[in-house]
Design a protein around this ligand. Structure first.
Ligand code: KIV
Length: 285
């Protein structure tokens, strides 16, 4: 069996100039198949608020939901590293609360957590997590939990100055101890420049081809989530049609009587059936 992916594996991949892959998962069976397919990191992204729970932003999930989804995913994964996204406001009130909530995710089965941003307070939270044995993945560029302050789904790092600003934040994250950094929705030249000046691997989420890794939301990859498809996502299948076709055929078969068939039912033994028929004959209406 393949060895478990750890922070050490991830750094080795970066140092050898190879690539690694990251996909989100929110349930046991999806996580199991993603893991069996050889994906290196399974991320329980707070994107689950949108793609699994139907909200229109990621703001609506909290620690309780992330704990449940983390447990489900962790039960399905043997090889990949399991990373849980810390949800909106779960690490912003105090360092103590951040430590409580991040350690809860580790107890639920995560190997690491992901935290958005790099202001002074966040850097301190990350330092304290790492000092406590909780590996942290950083997240810069477009950070969905800051959607309302950013003012929309806008590409970040579009100028020379903005690129240097993200690089400075990334270097602070590296100093604070993150083992990798997601760069979301920034031009690929900016991501390339930033990545070249870091020791830890960068993970592109719409940040082009020059990061060590690529991450996508699995519902986009499977063609399951159809409300919105980001420019940078690639659809590898059509799960929406598959689900629709299966549900439609089931509905038709139930209504026509074609389901269940003789092979799909349990039967009484000959002896029990005989007794039942005799009993029926003895009942007077
Ligand atoms: O929530 C999420 O799924 C994410 C990734 C797409 C990076 O943060």
């Amino acid at each position: 069996m393949a060895k478990k992916v750890t922070v050490k594996t991830i750094q080795k991949i970066k140092d050898s100039g190879e690539k690694f892959s990251v996909l989100t998962a929110y349930d046991y069976s999806t996580a199991k198949y993603i893991d069996e397919a050889g994906v290196d990191i399974v991320l329980i992204g707070d994107s689950l608020a949108m793609v699994a729970l139907g909200y229109d932003t990621t703001h609506y999930v909290g620690v309780d939901e992330m704990r449940i989804f983390t447990k489900a995913v962790a039960r399905g994964v043997n090889h990949a590293m399991v990373v849980t996204d810390m949800p909106f406001m779960s690490y912003n009130l105090s360092v103590e609360e951040a430590l409580k909530n991040t350690s809860d995710m580790i107890r639920a089965g995560a190997d690491a957590v992901k935290i958005e941003g790099a202001n002074e307070y966040i850097l301190n939270v990350i330092k304290r997590c790492v000092q406590s044995g909780i590996p942290v993945m950083g997240h810069l560029g477009f950070t969905p939990q800051f959607l309302n302050t950013i003012g929309g789904y806008n590409i970040q790092g579009k100028s020379f100055e903005a690129t240097l600003e993200i690089l400075a934040q990334a270097q602070e994250l590296e100093k604070a101890g993150v083992f990798s950094i997601v760069l979301e929705m920034i031009p690929e030249e900016s991501a390339q420049y930033i990545s070249a000046h870091l020791r830890v691997p960068t993970i592109s989420c719409g940040a082009g081809r020059y990061c060590t890794a690529q991450v996508l939301v699995s519902d986009d990859v499977f063609g399951k989530y159809s409300e919105f498809k980001p420019k940078f996502a690639r659809k590898y299948g059509d799960m929406k049609s598959l689900i629709f076709d299966c549900a439609k055929k089931f509905n038709d078969d139930v209504k026509s009587g074609a389901f269940p068939s003789d092979d799909e039912v349990f039967k009484l033994s000959e002896e029990e059936l005989k007794q039942l028929k005799l009993h029926e004959g003895s009942i007077k209406c």
